[in-house]
Design a binder for this molecule. Structure first.
Ligand code: NAP
Length: 246
C-alpha cells in the first residue's frame, strides 16, 4: 500500500472534478477519481496515469444508495480510508419554477444533496477512527444568491452548506474538517450549454472580467485539504471573481 495520503474525488471524469483530481495528484496525493460509467472510468484511468502514479478510477453513482454503499465499501477494502474526500459530483435540471416538475426537483436534490450524505455516511466511521481528514463539498454561488430557473439547484446547494456546518460541528473534535468551496461561473460542460446571451449577461456581473477556470476551484480545494487549513472548518470559500461578495 502507498504511503501517500489518499484523496477521493467524486465526479472526476471531467470539468471541475477532473481538475481537482489532477491538482491533488500533482500535490502528492494518491487520488481515486470516480465516473458514472465504465467508459468514463477507462478514460479517467489514462488521464490520471493510474499505473505510473498509483492513482485509481472507479464507478460511482451517488444518486443510487445501494451502489454508493457497495462501491465505497469495496474502495475502502482495496485502498484504505480516504484522508481527503471531495464531494464534487453534481447535476443541473434547470427550469422556471412554474415549469419545474417533481422529477427534476427530486433528481437534483437526490444527487447534489442526498448523494453527499451517502458518501459521508459510507466513509465517516472509518475517518472518525483515523482521527484525521478533510471533507470538501463543492457548493455553488447559487446556494447563496439563488437564481431564476434553478430553485432545485439552489435548494440543494444551500442545504449542502447547512449540512457542512452541522457535520463540521459533530466531528471537529476528531480532527476532521468539513468545508465548502462555492464556485461562481466556471467554464465546463455544465455551463457550456447556456445560451451566449446569458453568458454575456453573467460576464458583465463579474468584476474580475473573466469566467472562472477549473484550476481556480482546484486551488481552493488543495488549500482546504492541506495542513495550512487544519483550523478552518464549517466554512464556505467563495471562488467567483467577485461576482458575489456577500
Ligand atoms: P460537469 O462538467 O457537468 O461534471 C459533472 C461531474 O459529476 C461528472 O464527472 C459526472 O460524471 C459527475 N456526476 C454526475 N452525476 C453523478 C452521479 N449521480 N454520481 C456520481 N457522479 C456524477 O460539472 P462541473 O461544472 O465540473 O461541476 C462540478 C461541481 O461544481 C458540481 O457539484 C456543480 O454543481 C459545481 N459547480 C459548478 C459550477 C460551474 O460554473 N461549472 C458553478 C458552481 C458549482 P459523468 O462524467 O460520469 O457523467
Amino acid at each position: 500500500m502507498s504511503d501517500k495520503k489518499l484523496a477521493l474525488v467524486t465526479g472526476a471524469s471531467r470539468g471541475i472534478g477532473l481538475a481537482i483530481a489532477q491538482r491533488l495528484s500533482a500535490d502528492g496525493y494518491r487520488v481515486i477519481g470516480t465516473a458514472t460509467s465504465e467508459s468514463g472510468v477507462e478514460a479517467l484511468r489514462s488521464t490520471l496515469k493510474t499505473s505510473e502514479k498509483s492513482n485509481e478510477a472507479v464507478v460511482l453513482n451517488i444518486a443510487d444508495s445501494e451502489q454508493t454503499e457497495a462501491a465505497l465499501k469495496e474502495l475502502q477494502s482495496q485502498f484504505g480510508t480516504p484522508d481527503v474526500v471531495v464531494n464534487n459530483a453534481g447535476i443541473t435540471r434547470d427550469n422556471l419554477f412554474l415549469r419545474l416538475n417533481e422529477g427534476d426537483w427530486n433528481d437534483v436534490l437526490n444527487t447534489n444533496l442526498t448523494g453527499v450524505f451517502r458518501v459521508c455516511k459510507a466513509l465517516s466511521k472509518a475517518m472518525l477512527k483515523n482521527k484525521a481528514g478533510s471533507i470538501i463539498n463543492i457548493s455553488s454561488i447559487i446556494g447563496t444568491t439563488g437564481n431564476a430557473g434553478q430553485a432545485n439547484y439552489a435548494a440543494a446547494k444551500a442545504g449542502l452548506e447547512g449540512f457542512t456546518r452541522s457535520l463540521a460541528q459533530e466531528i471537529a473534535s476528531r480532527n476532521i474538517t468539513v468545508n465548502c468551496v462555492a464556485p461562481g461561473f466556471i467554464q465546463t460542460d455544465m455551463t457550456d450549454v447556456l445560451p451566449e446571451t446569458q453568458k454575456e449577461a453573467i460576464l458583465a456581473t463579474i468584476p474580475g472580467k473573466r469566467f472562472g477556470r477549473v484550476e481556480d476551484i482546484a486551488g481552493a480545494v488543495a488549500f482546504l485539504a492541506s495542513d495550512d487549513a487544519r483550523y478552518i472548518t464549517g466554512q464556505t470559500i467563495h471562488v467567483n471573481g467577485g461576482m458575489n461578495m456577500g
